[in-house]
Design a protein around this ligand. Structure first.
Ligand SMILES: N[C@@H](CCC(=O)N[C@@H](CS)C(=O)NCC(=O)O)C(=O)O
Length: 214
């Protein structure tokens, strides 16, 4: 049995969780794993990050790698289109969302979630880099009705867990949601939330966030 290790607040963890649920792959969870640089944890996940998957006496780290593995090992209910170029377009969207948008906004999280000071130069460089990432995302996102076009894909799992964080972080740090100009985004996220897998992961995320605040 696959075991997904991580925690329900992590967007990367939640991306894999949605993929597993949408694909109908049975899995167990250890939702108590938190990042650590201790040797015994590094032996399970080499960067000390979550999520990671335990399977067949070994482990697999990196959410995108895990999702690609799941696609190949469990090809039923694919989260990629059949056409190679269309598949590449899904991966392009995932890179734009994770690398050029969410990872850039992540530099704000220390201030947004933990009240740490945010240096003015960091604030300015994040604004500049986010403008480029969001422009690229707008250029590629289709919302027709899914982000990559007619079919649900892994890019939707990625968008659903990452983009609301970017809205929250930019609203907090700059007083403006940098994604607000993408008019289709809110109804699109709402549409995704009507799917049981997306809804369950979002509800579990909210419950875990409320527990963490206590
Ligand atoms: N590229 C990794 C990123 C995973 C990641 O950054 N996870 C966060 C939790 S959301 C973490 O473990 N952070 C701890 C750290 O950076 O040391 C993936 O896609 O799985």
């Amino acid at each position: 049995m696959l075991k997904l290790c991580g925690f329900h607040i992590s967007n990367y963890h939640n991306k894999v969780r949605i993929a597993l649920l949408e694909k109908g792959v049975a899995f167990e969870e250890d939702p108590t794993c938190t990042p650590s640089q201790k040797d015994e944890f590094l032996a399970r996940t080499p960067m000390g990050k979550v999520p990671f998957l335990e399977l067949g006496g070994t482990t697999l780290a990196e959410s995108q790698v895990i999702c690609e593995y799941l696609e190949e090992a469990y090809p039923q209910k694919s989260l990629y289109p059949a056409d190679p170029l269309a598949r590449a377009k899904v991966r392009e969207l995932i890179v734009l969302i994770e690398l050029h948008v969410e990872l850039v906004a992540r530099r704000l999280y220390g201030q947004v979630f933990f009240g740490k000071p945010l240096a003015e130069d960091v604030k300015q460089s994040v604004e500049k880099d986010l403008a480029k990432g969001i422009r690229a995302l707008r250029a590629r996102a289709k919302f027709d009705p899914y982000i990559a076009g007619a079919e649900l894909s892994l890019a939707d799992c990625t968008a659903f867990v990452s983009l609301p964080l970017v809205s929250l972080a930019t609203k907090h740090a700059y007083g403006r949601d940098f994604l607000e100009d993408i008019a289709q985004l809110k109804p699109y996220l709402k549409m995704l939330e009507a799917r049981p897998a997306f809804r369950q992961v979002n509800e579990d995320r909210k419950a875990a966030t409320a527990r963490a605040k206590k």
